[in-house]
Design a protein around this ligand. Structure first.
Ligand SMILES: C[S@@+](CC[C@H](N)C(=O)[O-])C[C@H]1O[C@@H](n2cnc3c(N)ncnc32)[C@H](O)[C@@H]1O
Length: 241
């Protein structure tokens, strides 16, 4: 297990100051469509993400319960989180869903001999089987979506889990209402400026605060929601059915 590190008030203040400067610097950048964004970056993706979250990828399996057999990984990308999971559960049956064909192709090449079903689809649309999985996971994928979309996916994940199953989310969480608001304003501004139709996904971060996340998960039916780990703005949250 990893040791949690939260930000001190001084660190939070500095973080918000830098975030504002950054949001201002990128506000007129084009808004990139989600699947295109990852297709263009697939070559250096693993190296880049392993630099940012080396500990989280290496230890995510430690947050799963013993006896895992069926796992659903939404937004699985190239499967960085699966390396530690396969080390602990070599025979796990994994279903991975992702929008990006090139990201899934890289994952496929890594694990040719594993019991893995990969689905190239939008996880908001792709039907999930009911009461099927011991656990579900999302790693650094849901912070691009508004609360209404997240609510729907949490409801789908809830239904897809077996009784007493659980969902783990390792993701970017806003440190306060101000961060959530600033990111959302930047997102709306860039979508409008680039005339992005409502149904097109763009790669812009809109993290929610922990209370907001918790509310959505509880509304979806999860009976217990706990933060298992925090490193600055990265959290691992467990929601139990
Ligand atoms: C930052 S990557 C994370 C990949 C992997 N979980 C990891 O941590 O390395 C986000 C992934 O989510 C996928 N994604 C984003 N929105 C999606 C959606 N609506 N349906 C399916 N996949 C989606 C992207 O294609 C991308 O591969």
């Amino acid at each position: 297990m990893l040791e949690s590190k939260s930000m001190t008030p001084q660190e939070t203040e500095k973080y918000l100051r830098e975030l504002k400067e950054w949001l201002d610097a990128v506000k007129d950048n084009p808004a990139e469509e989600m699947a295109d964004f990852f297709a263009k970056r697939v070559a250096g993706y693993d190296e880049n993400h392993l630099t940012h979250w080396p500990e989280e990828y290496a230890h995510i399996a430690g947050y799963l319960d013993d006896g895992l057999h069926n796992l659903l990984d939404i937004g699985c990308g190239t499967g960085l989180e699966l390396e530690s999971i396969y080390r602990r559960f070599p025979d796990a049956a994994v279903t991975g869903i992702d929008l990006s064909g090139p990201m899934l192709q890289k994952l496929r090449e890594k694990y040719p001999d594993k019991d893995i079903k990969l689905i190239e689809a939008d996880y908001f649309v792709c039907p999930f089987p009911e009461s099927c999985y011991d656990a579900a996971l999302s790693f650094e994928t849901l912070h691009h979506f508004k609360p209404e979309k997240k609510q729907k996916i949490y409801e789908k994940l809830y239904r897809a889990l077996k009784p007493d199953g659980y969902y783990l989310e390792c993701d970017y969480i806003a440190c306060c209402d101000e961060e959530e608001r600033l990111c959302m304003e930047g997102y709306e501004y860039r979508r409008q400026r680039n005339n992005i139709p409502e149904d097109v996904f763009v790669h812009i971060d809109i993290p929610l605060t922990l209370p907001h996340q918790r509310e959505l998960l509880q509304n979806a039916g999860f009976r217990q929601v706990d933060v298992l780990y925090q490193n600055g703005s990265t959290m691992i949250i467990k929601a139990v059915k």
